[in-house]
Design a protein. Structure first.
Length: 65
């Protein structure tokens, strides 16, 4: 005795608009940097380091008062 199925499966594939789609193997493109310590001149790096050091010493000296 043969048993057959006479019904069909209707799969409604409605579209989604995905604005952000990329595979796991393709990372995001690099964003342009607005500021980078690597682009600073040596003198600017030293000046920034001195300014940060002065600020940290000010915190230490104020905390010791």
């Amino acid at each position: 005795m043969a048993h057959t199925h006479g019904h069909t499966h209707a799969h409604d594939h409605h579209g989604h608009d995905h604005g952000h789609s990329h595979g796991p193997a393709s990372p995001h493109p690099a964003q342009p940097l607005t500021w980078s310590i690597l682009r600073m001149t040596l003198a600017a790096r030293v000046a920034a380091a001195v300014a940060i050091s002065v600020g940290l010493w000010a915190v230490v000296l104020l905390a010791m008062r």
